[in-house]
Write a protein of this length. Structure first.
Lengths: 185, 718
């Protein structure tokens, strides 16, 4: 018994201090961010009505993507550092949380890796986005979040920089060829 | 609660209602809470590392900005309380006001990680009342050694904010604000000495004793300039310095704590700077003000309500007991007769400290239950302490009706209190009042309160805002307390919402109420129903005295006066005036259903709460409920509350269902077809249709196949 108490004290001593924990950040289109501690999270589920081709997209750091239709009632849980997606239409998927770049919602076509696509590259930077290697003959289009077409800033050498200076702060939809994504400046 | 947004399509003479809501993400927390987020509002979800501190038990110490605080909640979610909570009786420990502020601040800092401290402070109600109602297990701290409580949690405290009240006692609020933000204890030199004497030599992290400011404006301006940007901008604490009650929730959330008097122009302009950073319809002020009308009015100017509660204690414990609210069923009412219908309201329930302390005693008085009485209570308790609502609801008899205190979700002041009561309406433009009424709708529905007692009169724009945004209401009451020049006029807003003047308002004697009622009753001829309503000042006229009203009114017109509940009163009022009313409240209606686990009457008993819901016997996904109202009504609206309204999982809401009507119970006409529902409440207004029978037919239940109907309301008129 005495031995146990000594060990427990040592353990508690090791526990007190600083440690790390994962936090889930839900970034909203209005620019706000809602945080939930993973420790407080039981599950994420979806209520969908005629969601069509819409679904849940998990993008990993190495550019892999996985897509699950809302119609298949995906349920997301987190256990032992893994994000687990169960649904009625696919086998259970498991991801190391550390490997996940982001989770998005959209069509399967949105499941394109965000950084590399169709020969051009998106370089996300603080307050700006650099689109490199834009193929000749392809003109990037920019839209506001409510769908209004905005003038595309001038660019050359296949490089277009979008920043708060050129577009102002906000969320925009950028389309390059058949690829489109939302960016936040 | 979110209402279904409906698209009506004329289809072969019937109406088809298709849910038009986007996919909803439901984040379920370990404490059972469900947070709804529309997926089209989400840019992306990422995971980041958060560096944090552990206490000696390996528990993560949460900072003020780390609590989960969804936009639709007044207060953040707190972790569930510990299995054993340390309890200290502060008056018995003979602590000074400054020491109590320190203990309350410690409580907030410790409890945001996990509720582990409960402080007795007021001692008006029996001490075990609320810990028992919240199923808490307590372990008492010796009142002869109160500082052992600090010692037990010292590893969660980083140091001290040292202040002195020599120049001004407002330094207490400044120190308490800083303490909450940085996990410090607000202390005077004398308290610091006691801490040291008890073996706790904390470092002084902030020393306010060298500051030279000596008045409220200067001290709170210092707070605004140096700390407001770090405080949450959702809950402002307005608390008289050295009143040690709501400092726990303030410290837990990182709220600013001020005591500014709007009657002084410099203090008003400073208070305005805090208020304008809060969001109408989401945020509020907790505590009280140096003066009622000017304080409440100033917050109202910004579309913010004030929750009176400067003596409300242990918020950080009671809010953490996340229990579903059990709204009591509403008794059925007899048919309308040519009688005098009287109803009486009991004042002051907007004040959550009254609900916690005085009401707990008054509710035990002898007259309660022997005559219908309307208890004002605060809808804010739905977040502050759901178990407190359940305590009163559980004890209530069918003669106890609960209604909202002024003016809905928190107290709002429609008049400009500084300009006098004959002056402008603050929110007549409506822009800021609309979010306030939207917030009110959410909380009166959560708390099950169908009537709001407004203090003062309200403008036409404010009336419209209530009618547009609070479909849960059966009625509003208004008054003219300040002027008492006569009774305000009865009115009906938007063709359905009755607005009744309380006459008298806030009377503390039976004779006065009888006299006011008799101004009408003496003219009663028995040729049609008559309606009278008034309010008793609870401090002078509790149920033990109020019960005498029964015989007093009977003496005025023997066998002609019926004292009824407020929800019945408004139902009678609307029926008498050929306005739509909830006909499921009628005693004469009968109800039947397909085979079920629970009785058919639960489908329309006035309560959507778990325990009072109708559930089909089998999991085949179908079921029906039929109501016979015994005579024909013009049906113009129906409301169905699904499983989620009972506190169950959103996935259990009925998906597809139809509403059918009949004149003879044989031939049925579909008046509404709903497909793909995911929301907790279906509320549909239709072109009035004549019918005696109404049937709700569910063809596709929630995901587990059992049909659940929380409650059905059908609105009809003659």
């Amino acid at each position: 018994m005495r031995k146990f108490i000594v060990l427990a004290t040592l353990l508690l001593g090791a526990l007190s201090g600083q440690a790390q924990e994962k936090v889930m950040n839900i970034q909203k289109t209005d620019g706000t961010n809602a945080q939930t501690r993973i420790a407080d999270l039981k599950q994420i589920s979806f209520l969908a009505v005629e969601a069509g081709e819409q679904g849940l997209i998990v993008k990993t750091q190495d550019g892999e993507t996985a897509f699950v239709l809302f119609e298949s009632n995906p349920v997301v849980t987190i256990s032992s550092g893994k994000l687990i997606v169960k649904s009625s239409s696919a086998e259970t998927m498991r991801f190391e949380i550390n490997d996940i770049a982001e989770i998005m919602f959209g069509n399967e076509s949105d499941a394109t890796p965000i950084r590399e696509s169709e020969g051009f590259a998106f370089v996300m930077q603080e307050g700006s986005v650099l689109i490199r290697d834009i193929p000749k003959g392809v003109k990037p289009s920019i839209y506001s979040i409510d769908g209004r077409s905005l003038p595309t800033p001038s660019y050359k050498g296949g490089e277009l920089r979008l920043s708060r200076v050129t577009l102002g702060p906000g969320i925009f939809i950028v389309k390059v060829g058949s690829f489109s994504t939302k960016i936040k400046l | 609660m979110k209402k279904i947004f409906l698209l009506a399509i004329a289809l072969l003479g019937t109406l088809q209602f298709m849910a038009q809501q986007p996919t909803t993400m439901i984040t379920t927390l370990t404490n059972g809470a469900n947070i709804r987020t529309e997926v089209n509002e989400v840019e992306k979800i990422t995971f980041t590392d958060s560096l944090f501190s552990l206490n000696n038990n390996g528990l993560r110490i949460l900072e003020a900005n780390e609590l989960c605080w969804p936009d639709d909640r007044l207060l953040p979610y707190f972790p569930a309380p510990a299995s054993s909570i340390k309890a200290l009786d502060m008056p018995a420990a003979s602590l000074s006001d400054e020491e109590r502020v320190m203990f309350c601040t410690l409580q907030g800092i410790v409890n945001r990680t996990q509720p582990r401290i409960l402080l007795y402070n007021h001692n008006e109600e029996p001490r075990a009342t609320w810990p028992t109602a919240h199923n808490l297990t307590l372990s008492s701290i010796s009142t002869s050694a109160p500082y052992t409580l600090v010692k037990q949690f010292k590893d969660e405290i980083k140091g001290l904010v040292l202040y002195s009240t020599e120049k001004s006692n407002h330094y207490i609020n400044l120190a308490a604000t800083i303490a909450g933000l940085d996990r410090l204890l607000p202390v005077t030199e004398a308290i610091r000495t006691k801490l040291v004497a008890n073996g706790m030599d904390f470092p002084v992290v902030e020393d306010l004793t060298s500051l030279t400011m000596s008045n409220a404006y200067a001290i709170y301006n210092y707070l605004y300039t140096n700390y407001w940007s770090r405080c949450n901008h959702r809950l402002l604490i307005s608390e008289r310095p050295a009143i040690p009650y709501v400092h726990d929730i303030g410290a837990a959330c990182g709220s600013a704590c001020v005591w500014l008097d709007p009657r002084t122009s410099s203090e008003r302009s400073l208070l305005d700077k805090f208020l304008k950073d809060l969001t109408p319809g989401r945020d509020f002020v907790l505590g009280w003000y140096p003066e009622e009308r000017s304080g409440v009015g100033e917050a109202t100017k910004y579309g913010l309500s004030s929750v009176p509660g400067d003596f409300f204690e242990n918020t950080t414990v009671y809010t953490a007991v996340n229990k579903p609210i059990k709204i009591p069923p509403v008794p059925k009412r007899p048919k309308l007769e040519n009688k005098v219908y009287a109803t009486i309201y009991i004042s002051d329930g907007d004040n959550i400290q009254y609900c916690q302390h005085a009401m707990a005693k008054i509710f035990e008085q002898s007259g309660r239950g022997q005559m219908p009485m309307n208890w004002t209570i605060s809808p804010a308790l739905a977040d502050f302490s759901p178990s407190m609502l359940n305590y009163y609801y559980g004890k209530a008899t069918t003669n106890d009706c609960f209604v909202s205190g002024p003016s809905g979700m928190g107290y709002a002041m429609p008049f400009n209190g500084l300009a006098g009561t004959s002056g402008e309406y603050y929110l007549s433009a409506g822009a800021k009042f609309i979010p306030y009424t939207q917030l009110t709708q959410r909380y009166i529905e959560k708390a099950g309160l169908r009537v709001i007692t407004i203090w003062d009169n309200i403008s036409s724009a404010q009336r419209k805002a209530f009618a547009d945004n609070c479909p849960y209401l059966y009625g509003l009451t208004i008054n003219d307390y300040e002027r008492q020049t006569g009774r305000l006029a009865y009115a009906v807003q938007s063709g359905w919402l009755p607005i009744a003047p309380q006459y008298p308002c806030y009377r503390g004697d039976i004779e006065g109420i009888t006299d006011f009622f008799n101004r009408d009753i003496k003219n009663f001829k028995g040729t049609g129903p008559m309606f009278v309503t008034g309010q008793a000042d609870v401090w002078n006229l509790g149920p033990d005295k109020l019960i005498a009203l029964k015989s007093k009114l009977n003496e005025l017109s023997p066998n002609n006066v019926k004292i009824v509940r407020a929800d019945h009163w408004f139902s009678y009022y609307n029926e008498a005036h050929h306005l739509p009313f909830n006909i499921t409240m009628l005693q004469s209606m009968t109800i039947s259903s397909s085979p079920s686990k629970t009785t058919a009457r639960l489908a329309a008993d006035g309560s959507p709460s778990d325990g009072y819901i109708w559930i089909s016997r089998t999991a085949e996904g179908t079921g029906w409920v039929k109501m016979d109202f015994k005579e024909n009504y013009k049906i113009s609206r129906y409301v169905i509350r699904h499983a989620e309204a009972a506190g169950l999982a959103p996935q259990l809401n009925s998906r597809d269902f139809t509403i059918e009507t009949s004149l003879d119970g044989e031939t049925w006409t579909t008046i509404g077809t709903h497909t793909g529902n995911t929301l907790p409440v279906t509320d549909a207004s239709i072109t009035p249709v004549e019918a005696r029978y109404v049937r709700v037919n569910v063809t596709n239940a929630g995901t587990d196949g059992f049909v659940r109907i929380g409650d059905i309301e059908v609105y009809g008129a003659h």
